[in-house]
Design a protein around this ligand. Structure first.
Ligand code: EPZ
Length: 424
């Protein structure tokens, strides 16, 4: 099993480039099922989840060709009967659910395993099903699979608000289904996340007619067919944000190339409030933090609110801030797996329902810790970079799902990190 050994206490300085966004690339790859012609994607990160989605699409008859430099060519046969997304793949990656809408829209049949459990809490799919049913799909859950069929989907109206806001992959799924439906679809309370916007832009390039991109109300005029297109995936705002928080936590001076200001404004605002200087310069964001950070209250919300995918990293930075911070999670109320591990490094955090009260301490100390999910792992890396001494983070496969060339990028910023293989 791979582990990351981090010797902390060094200021991160220098420039790093954000990779293409995993959570944009995954649904866009699924959109290849909809097209009559190949989809050429650029800036696709080389990550475990991307490879898993490639395998899943392969099972569905899509040819997936990875070329050099992050380019991927996907081509779906027009009449394939391979409509089963098996549990063996789906249990490892939730984004696999994004093939459901395209399969129904283009092939009229789908058998998609319910995605696997996840360490960040309950992750139902009721909103996906509600939206697809509103388009006329017949859907049942049988033996752990969503079994669906339809003739041509027809436009419909739906409200996608759930108890914790909209659904990102739910919006993606329904949007992909609606573009080939007969008539007009209105998706109200649609997710506005940049990754959903990027998917909508790809669909437009393929010939879809979508109004309201980036707003909570998407209006789609269905078309009869979609063609291929070429598209460069947006930079990963969560990866970029992770480097910015790491810069703040180590009192460093870090410039992230490709970090999009508008996609990260909630984080920029938070980092400024804790005392860091954050500036925008020609497609980059630079953070410099000279002094101990101040405490702050952070609440996660759907975009453009503070992203849940940066909550753990921000909490890691706040463990050494001056004062008491309250971090409230409003998207995944149980997403606090990092709290106990940060505690092993000397952080003083008390969890209360969907919030964590963080008492800033002067410094953390390196310790052996275990990653539990992707962003919790990133939080441990940040804590380790800021801590005194050496931290060993095991179960590195979580990080490999979402951060391309992480050690290389951190080393470029002056961090002392190495990957080792340990038993267990
Ligand atoms: C996406 O997950 C991301 N994954 C997650 O990133 C991210 O944390 C999440 O959106 C929120 O931003 C991908 O894009 C592949 P949701 P998704 O459906 O779409 C509830 C990472 O670290 N809900 O928007 O699965 C749900 O329980 C990952 O990269 C329902 O109630 O999340 C949650 O409370 C982890 N019913 C809230 O909505 C549903 O049918 C938001 O979930 C669906 C969701």
């Amino acid at each position: 099993m791979d582990a990351l050994v981090v010797t902390g206490g060094r200021r991160l300085t220098g420039e790093v480039k954000a990779s293409g966004a995993k959570n944009a690339a995954l649904p866009i790859m699924a959109a290849s099922i909809l097209a009559d012609e190949p989809l050429v994607l650029k800036g696709v990160p080389d990550l475990a989840d991307i490879r898993t989605m490639g395998r899943l699409l392969g099972k569905l008859g899509v040819s997936v060709e990875r070329k050099r430099g992050g380019t991927m060519v996907l081509a779906s046969p027009s009449r394939s009967k391979r409509n089963r997304a098996p549990y063996e793949i789906m249990r490892t990656m939730r984004a696999g659910i994004c093939v459901l809408g395209p399969l129904l829209a283009r092939r009229g049949k789908a058998e998609v395993s319910l995605p696997g459990g996840c360490a960040i809490g309950d992750r139902p799919v009721d909103l996906h099903l509600k939206g697809l049913r509103a388009l006329g799909a017949r859907l049942e859950v049988e033996h752990g699979y969503i079994v669906g069929s339809c003739r041509r989907l027809r436009g419909g109206e739906m409200y996608l608000g759930g108890p914790f806001g909209s659904s990102v992959t739910g919006t993606a799924n329904i949007l992909m289904a609606s573009v080939l439906a007969d008539g007009t679809t209105v998706i109200d309370c649609a997710a506005c996340e940049p990754e959903v916007q990027d998917l909508a832009r790809v669909l437009e390039k393929m010939g879809a007619r979508i109004a309201g991109i980036g707003s909570p109300r998407l209006v789609v005029e269905g078309v009869d067919r979609l063609g291929g297109c070429e598209h460069t995936v947006i930079p990963d705002r969560i990866e970029a944000g992770t480097f910015l928080v790491a810069g703040a936590a180590t009192h460093g001076d870090v410039t992230v190339d490709g970090a999009r200001w508008d996609d990260l404004f909630a984080l920029v605002n938070t980092l400024r409030e804790v005392g860091a200087d954050v500036e925008r310069q020609d497609g980059t964001i630079r953070i410099s933090a000279r002094h101990r950070l101040r405490s702050i209250d952070v609440t996660t919300l759907p975009f453009p609110g503070f992203p849940t995918d940066l909550q753990a990293q921000m909490m890691a930075a706040l463990t050494t801030a001056d004062g008491i911070s309250v971090v409230t999670e409003k998207i995944f109320p149980d997403r606090f797996m990092h709290v106990a591990e940060l505690g092993r490094m000397g952080a003083r955090i008390r969890k209360q329902a969907n919030a964590a009260v963080v008492h800033g301490t002067e410094h953390l100390s390196g310790a052996p810790v275990m990653a539990s999910d992707l962003r919790a792992s990133a939080a441990l890396v940040i804590a380790a970079l800021a801590a005194r001494g050496t931290t060993t983070i095991s179960r590195l496969y979580h990080l490999d799902r979402g951060y391309e060339h992480l050690e290389k990028k951190l080393r470029r910023l002056g961090a002392k990190v190495r990957r080792v293989n340990i038993k267990g």
